[in-house]
Each structure stands twice: as structure tokens, then as C-alpha cells.
Write a protein that binds this ligand. Sequence first.
Ligand SMILES: [Fe+2]
Ligand SMILES: [Fe+2]
Length: 149
Amino acid sequence: MTEHLPMIVWQDTYNTGIDILDRQHRELVNTINALYSSLNMENKGSALKPAADMVMKYTKTHFATEIAMMEKSGYPQMKQHHAQHEQLILDAGRSLYECLHEDGDPTDFLNFLKRWFVVHITREDQAYSEHLTKYFKKHPDELLSCLAA
Ligand SMILES: [Fe+2]
Ligand SMILES: [Fe+2]
């Protein structure tokens, strides 16, 4: 099989400096890249849906962790951040539906995910970095409960 470049190549600018969230962001990139690879598979018709479901599922897990950490630490922009996550889930769900049921192009869904990921992670996710880092340095014992959210 021909090797393809990944859809998203990890950049240092994606790092928030918060270990748990950086690891989740990397995993999220992996799921998006796996979805991209599924389009190059011979059986792409049946490979697309499970790979897309994995992206959506992991995105929701990651969002839950992020919001739990914001809530715990009293992050002032939590409400707006949460609203952005909700919007993404709606838009991504719509785009995925189109490509699965309305003959849409899966590349549109992937491009949407990539664009959203890069913009959100380099802007909104960077914005909480200082606040969360400070708080969890003082309260490392509270991290575990955020993961279980
Ligand atoms: Fe976020
Ligand atoms: Fe994030």
C-alpha cells in the first residue's frame, strides 16, 4: 500500500503545556489521521464510519476533560469555550451525516475537522493554558477527578 502523509502533522505550537490535555490533543490528531487513512483503504466504504465514530467519541471525551478542568479551576471563559465545543459537535455531526447519507464528500468532513482543530487548539485552547497550569500546580490531586468526567 502507498504511504500517505498524515492529515495533520503535530506542531509545537499545539502544545498547551498541560500534560493531560496535550496527550489528548495528540490522540485526537491520531484519530483524525486514522480517519484520513481509512479513505485510502480498499474497503473505504465500511472503514469510514467506524473511523469517524472514533473521532467523534474521542472528541467528546476530550471536551469533557477540558470542561471539567475549567470548572474545577474556575476558568472565567468556560461558558464561551463550552459553547464552542457544542457548536463543533453539531457542525461535525452534520458534516458527517452528509457524507454518510447524502453522498457528501468525506474530504469535506476531514477538512472541516482539521481546520477546526488547528484554529481552536492554537487560539482558544492556548488561552486557558496559564490559568489551568497555575491552578493544577497547586491542586494536582484534583486532576484525576477531571479525567473521570
Ligand atoms: Fe477546547
Ligand atoms: Fe482541546
